[in-house]
Design a protein around this ligand. Structure first.
Ligand code: ADP
Length: 455
């Protein structure tokens, strides 16, 4: 096992990784930007090292600064968290070239799954149904028009290097398509440094259901059930839960089984997530894989009792899985609410500033993963995630009850948050009956929830 691990991330995930290190007897070192000097992870680490200015490009995205920091502090591995360099195969390769271990998939595995279009083809060849779409990347406008015609409108243009719901465009007609390609390419180039695009059939009413997998370096793989992330805004998740209300037991078993078998056969390694869209008939279609620990992993931890970050670290150290599929028990229902510094009443405008008072909820089945404390200054440079409130209950109604009570206990003062939005959502019809689909929030708008008489 590693002696010292450098945590190259910030916010709640830096804290989460630090806790896993403590559990495994590893000494945690935290790499921070100038904007994150006074943070919980820095306070709790055995050592902390500044890796550059607030601007992520010169700190959390600077491979050279991070690797130097790991070497200077005597670390033998780097945990990238999520976002930033967590799925960057060049960074993983550079880490290895300096005699350090990247905690995640090995560089060649990251490279194999780097392109979304390529991964679609790879996993389809290993038996996963995919959304009908273009065969590989779009070469030019004519190729795009041809493929869109074959698939049938509406279609969704997607950047092959995409992530975080950015750069996607729904297109209804051939006329729209040409213009959309130009915009989409330039957005993809700016966001990901890669402008390759592919097409998928646009599925209007679907659930987003994803499968958590854990695969060691010896070819042993297990799934740890699914999560439903259908409450989304602009293709970004707001609430996640498990089990998915969109699947019956038979479909669920089939989905979980095909997901784990295909991803092991395709040579995946580490913790990871296979994402699917599920239509009204319960048919599922693979959309992408995330080769990292995800924001919503605690939902699965609450149902299974498995520490996914500890498993991820053990796998990177070459250890075989400590659990077999038959040992995985998934109990009750878990729900995660992302608590964001954003103003739902004003188009979810991001907020920054001083947290004047912070009090976390508690009690049985309640977990708050957050880096906040009273007096913490939320910087304007990064994402708006303040923390995650995760609840567990023996069934879905009980979990919703707990989520409501926990939200009432949670105090974040000094800046506007999306807590009022969550309160309203937890009383809304489509959430209560489990029929929430991925495009619903964008279609009806947050105001519909905030203004609801029960909200
Ligand atoms: P990203 O990598 O940017 O997160 P994904 O491919 O994972 O993009 O898709 C994110 C979300 O976009 C999905 O959860 C879903 O809400 C929506 N989406 C993706 N593909 C389709 C599709 N073919 N039809 C309709 N919605 C889609």
């Amino acid at each position: 096992m590693f002696g010292r691990v450098l945590i190259a991330n910030r916010g709640e995930i830096a804290l989460r990784v630090l806790r896993a290190c403590r559990r495994l007897g590893i000494s945690p070192v935290v790499a921070y930007s100038e904007a994150d000097r006074d943070t919980r992870a820095v306070h709790l680490a055995d050592e902390a090292i500044c890796i550059g200015p607030a601007e992520a490009r010169r700190s959390y995205l600077s491979a050279a600064s991070i690797i130097s920091a790991a070497l200077v502090t005597g670390c033998d591995a780097i945990h990238p968290g999520y976002g930033f360099l967590s799925e960057d195969d060049a960074f993983a390769e550079m880490t290895r070239a300096h005699g350090l271990t990247f905690i995640g998939p090995p560089p060649e595995v990251l490279e194999r799954f780097a392109s979304k279009a390529g991964t679609r083809a790879l996993l389809a060849a290993h038996g996963l149904p995919t959304v009908p779409g273009s065969k590989g990347m779009l070469r030019d406008d004519d190729h795009a028009l041809e493929e869109a015609e074959r698939i049938g409108y509406p279609v969704l243009l997607k950047p092959s290097a995409g992530g975080g719901g950015r750069g996607m465009r729904m297109v209804r007609t051939a006329r729209e398509l040409q213009q959309a390609i130009t915009i989409c390419r330039s957005e993809a180039r700016a966001a990901f440094g890669d402008d390759s695009l592919y097409l998928e059939k646009w599925l209007e009413d679907n659930h987003h259901v994803e499968v958590q997998v854990v695969v060691d370096a010896h070819g042993n793989g297990i799934h740890v059930g699914e999560r439903d992330c259908s409450v989304q805004r602009r293709h970004q998740k707001v609430v996640e839960e498990s089990p998915s209300p969109a699947l019956d037991d038979e479909r669920r078993a089939m989905l979980l089984d095909t997901a784990i078998r295909s991803v092991v056969a395709a040579g995946y390694q580490s913790v990871g997530t296979l994402e699917f869209l599920v239509d009204g008939n319960g048919d599922y279609y693979f959309i992408e894989i995330n080769c990292r620990i995800q924001v919503e992993h605690p939902v699965t931890e609450m149902r299974s009792g498995i520490d996914l970050v500890a498993e991820q670290i053990r796998i990177a150290a070459g250890q075989p899985l400590s659990i077999r599929q038959s040992d995985v028990r998934l109990d009750g229902c878990a729900i995660e609410l992302r608590i964001n510094a954003e103003d739902a009443a004003h188009d979810f405008r991001p907020q920054a500033g001083l947290v004047e008072r912070y009090l976390a909820p508690g009690g049985p089945g309640v977990r708050m993963d957050s880096h906040l404390f009273t007096g913490y200054e939320v910087p304007p440079y990064y994402d708006s995630l303040l923390g995650k409130l995760i609840v567990w209950g023996p069934d879905r109604p009980a979990a919703i009850e707990r989520a409501r009570a926990a939200l009432d206990e949670l105090i974040v003062e000094g800046l506007v948050t999306n807590i009022p939005f969550h309160r309203a959502l937890l009383r809304s019809e489509p959430f209560l009956d489990g029929s929430f689909t991925t495009n619903l929030l964008d279609r009806i708008g947050a105001a519909a929830f905030l203004a609801s008489p029960n909200g």
